[in-house]
Design a protein around this ligand. Structure first.
Ligand code: ADP
Ligand code: MG
Length: 732
């Protein structure tokens, strides 16, 4: 019987890093290099830089103060240097015998007591020097560089023997000057002596180009594959009701038309256009996978409502998920008003589902969802929980999708798959026009976001999405005036707040933190709330003597640690105008819509990200009255703003265009941070940078469809090599 050898500690560590195949090891490239190919003189030591030199031991001793340590005195080139070791074995003392000649490597430090080195690497002097640069790999505790280096090199050898680096791109279709993969890897793991270190570390060396090109192509191939796979998945064809009505001899208006007829406004051209795009997708038996992007206030909600209506018209359920309960509830209220009267004729309803709701209400909602009475389900993450079973989910809409993790988005799609499998069992009251019982159907997916994704990034990360863009704001909006205020102008600001209230308008006052934190001295929402309550108290009194236009000034407080019920109540009171000033943390960042609010103050604006500031500013300027956004900033420790903070604030003053803001934000933050860890799910690209490697990116994009068409075997082999890319995430 074969026995399974348990893994050694370093093997376990390798496994944890995902380095458990020859391929994974070979593709684990060094993140920097050291040059051990030469000996230097101690005299040429640069503080802070690693140095390799040879020296003779003058003395050694173990001292106990201030801490147990081994001190070794060495002489090199006429200079002495003290080596210190805090961790050492008695057996090590042998190598430090007086007169011994050693080769040392490490960082030399200067100081009052002369030159010293902590824990240098020690070898016997005179051994042959390395002829290649020494690679340093990303590692983890308990995994020595020497171990990982050996493992990587043996992985590289094995993978090469297994033929894993044979070309997978037809030579004629490659960009020029690309090294063969085998050589590029060999080189990057063991660069020849004399290679310019910086070309390796900033990845401009030609060997890197091969890896970037391969990786980008893999990404494009994988996204195309997902797209092709999706085109083979079935979804319910949600036909426009007009045609169906005829077939079923119904004379009533379709839900879409009825809803449209009762809207208090005309759709903008942009809204009509994107609705057509969405409607066309929905009517196909293939899952839609569309991102609706439009600046804050561009009117995405009504687009979502009309898409939902089309879905319900066709006899299917629709789910609308929002990232915060406040936002979800706002949608629930709005869409209930619009749709309930129309739905109740058909004994259907709009259901509300969140984590914080009462057990009884939740049970009812879950039953309605499972039995199909709930034609539209609105809520938070609660919707994607396992026990929520849809009868026949036809369309899932995710608002502010960038606030959701990729996994959550994936869940929503998976959920409905299982849900639709139940279709065969239930057919009433939904007589589904899509007649395919038992077949796995996926719902259509509509994602909405106010943070537009710049084209360069969209190409790389979202190639699998179709994008609709609302590039027009509803008419009658006056641009928001944005002003910078230094902290000392606070009193003046409070006067502005008063002025606004006296005119019957409302004010948001946003603070960055909920509670005083020891490390960051930020004015907190609670304190600001007290301060404003106090300052505005006087306003009420002044006004009693005046015209009496404002009887009660109410200052509300809203932060994420409050109970959902309380949050809802405060938000409601603000919406209805009972609260004039709402002091809040960023919980109001997304989606909240109170057109009567005309002043937004953002305290410590220098601490917010650019997209976040833009989102917040989007809470005002929603009505016809002129609105202002005041960015209140405090100078940092050195009496000035950081560079990035001033870039952000400047951008806010200069533009109100969400696309321009997104572009600047990307420039300031770089793609990783821009997309956010949640958004990117994992490090999707290890080597290439979609912003810098635009030419290779374009090449990969052009080549991917050809590869699938003309060289499918090579495309598959290429993907197999790069499967370490988290392709699952790319589909979300
Ligand atoms: P967002 O795209 O930020 O989600 P909303 O859907 O909340 O924007 O819409 C912002 C405001 O504009 C809402 O008060 C909404 O009722 C209003 N609105 C939407 N479309 C139009 C339109 N075509 N004409 C006038 N007002 C509109
Ligand atoms: Mg919105």
């Amino acid at each position: 019987m074969a026995t399974v050898k348990p893994l050694s500690a370093p093997q376990k560590a390798l496994h944890k890093l995902g380095l458990d195949s020859p391929l994974a090891l070979a593709l684990h490239l060094p993140f920097r290099y050291e040059d051990d190919t030469q000996l230097s003189s101690l005299r040429s030591a640069q503080f802070g830089e690693s140095l390799q030199f040879e020296a003779e031991v003058l003395a050694h001793e173990v001292v106990y103060r201030p801490k147990r340590q081994l001190k070794v005195e060495v002489l090199s080139d006429g200079l002495t240097c003290t080596l210190r070791f805090f961790n050492f074995y008695p057996s090590q003392l042998k190598q430090f015998q007086v007169g011994a000649k050693l080769r040392l490597k490490g960082e030399v430090r200067g100081g009052m007591f002369g030159l010293s080195m902590m824990h240098p690497a020690v070898q016997i002097a005179g051994a042959p020097l390395s002829t290649t640069l020494t690679p340093i790999y990303a590692s983890s505790a308990g995994l020595a560089q020497t171990y990982i280096r050996k493992a990587v090199l043996s992985g590289l050898k094995k993978a090469t023997e297994l033929g894993l680096f044979e070309p997978t791109i037809p030579a004629a279709l490659e960009p020029e000057d690309l090294w063969p993969l085998k050589e590029a890897l060999q080189f990057l793991h063991l660069p020849e002596q004399g290679t310019l270190l910086h070309t390796l570390e900033d990845q401009t060396h030609p060997a890197w180009r091969r890896l970037k090109a391969e990786e980008l192509l893999a990404q494009q191939l994988s996204q195309m594959k997902a797209r092709i796979a999706r085109s083979q998945v079935k979804a319910p064809a949600l036909k426009r009701q007009a045609k169906l009505a005829k077939a079923q001899k119904k004379s009533a208006l379709s839900l879409v038309d009825a809803l449209r007829a009762q809207l208090p406004f005309q759709l903008t051209q942009a809204q009509s256009r994107v609705l057509q795009e969405i409607a066309a997708d929905l009517s196909l038996p293939v899952p839609m996978h569309r991102l609706l992007q439009g600046d804050v206030g561009s009117g995405k909600t009504v687009v979502a409502a009309l898409a939902a209506a089309q879905c319900i018209d066709a006899g299917w359920q629709c789910a609308l998920m929002a990232p915060t309960e406040i936002l979800a509830y706002q949608h629930f209220e709005k869409l209930s008003v619009w749709l309930e009267p129309l739905l109740s004729e058909k004994s259907l309803k709009v259901a509300w589902l969140t984590g914080s709701q009462k057990k009884k209400d939740k049970t009812q909602a879950l039953a309605d969802i499972e039995e199909g009475q709930a034609a539209l389900v609105i809520g938070t993450h609660a919707i994607i929980q396992e026990h929520v079973k849809f009868k026949c989910l036809g369309l899932a809409i995710i608002d502010e999708q960038h606030r959701f993790g990729v996994e959550q988005r994936l869940n929503l799609r998976k959920k409905s798959k299982t849900a639709t499998e139940q279709l065969a069992e239930h057919t009433e009251p939904f007589a589904s026009p899509f007649d395919a019982p038992g077949e796995a159907l996926e719902p259509h997916l509509l994602m909405m976001s106010a943070t537009p994704i710049p084209r360069t990034l969209a190409m790389s990360y979202f190639a699998d999405l179709d994008v609709s863009t609302l590039d027009e704001l509803p008419p009658g909006r006056t641009p928001v005036l944005t002003k910078l205020f230094a902290e000392h102008k606070r009193p003046e600001l409070i006067e502005r707040v008063k002025h606004q209230i006296l005119q019957g308008f409302q004010v948001y006052w946003v603070c960055p933190l909920i509670e005083e934190s020891e490390s960051v001295d930020l004015t907190n929402a609670t304190q600001t709330h007290m301060e404003l309550s106090h300052a505005l108290q006087e306003l009420a009194q002044e006004d009693v003597e005046g015209q009496g236009a404002v009887k009660h000034v109410q200052v509300g407080l809203l932060h994420s640690k409050m109970h959902e019920q309380d949050k809802k109540a405060v938000m409601q009171a603000f919406k209805e105008g009972h609260i004039q000033v709402l002091v809040s943390t960023t919980v109001i960042e997304v989606g909240v819509d109170v057109p009567n609010a005309t002043l937004m103050v953002i305290e410590h604006a220098e601490r917010f990200g650019l997209s976040q500031l833009h989102q917040l500013r989007g809470r005002v300027g929603r009505g016809s009255a002129a609105s202002t956004c005041v960015l209140l900033y405090a100078l940092g420790e050195h009496g000035r703003l950081s560079d990035t903070a001033s870039q952000r604030l400047k951008a806010m003053i200069q533009t109100q265009d969400g696309f321009e803001i997104a572009k600047r934000d990307l420039e300031i933050r770089g793609p990783g941070e821009f997309l956010g860890a949640r958004q990117s799910g994992a490090a999707l690209l290890r080597y290439a940078d979609p912003l810098l490697d635009t030419e290779l990116m374009q090449w990969a994009q052009d080549l991917a469809p050809n590869m699938w068409r003309d060289h499918p075997q090579m495309a598959l082999a290429h993907l197999a090599r790069w499967q370490t890319l988290r392709s699952e995430y790319l589909k979300a």
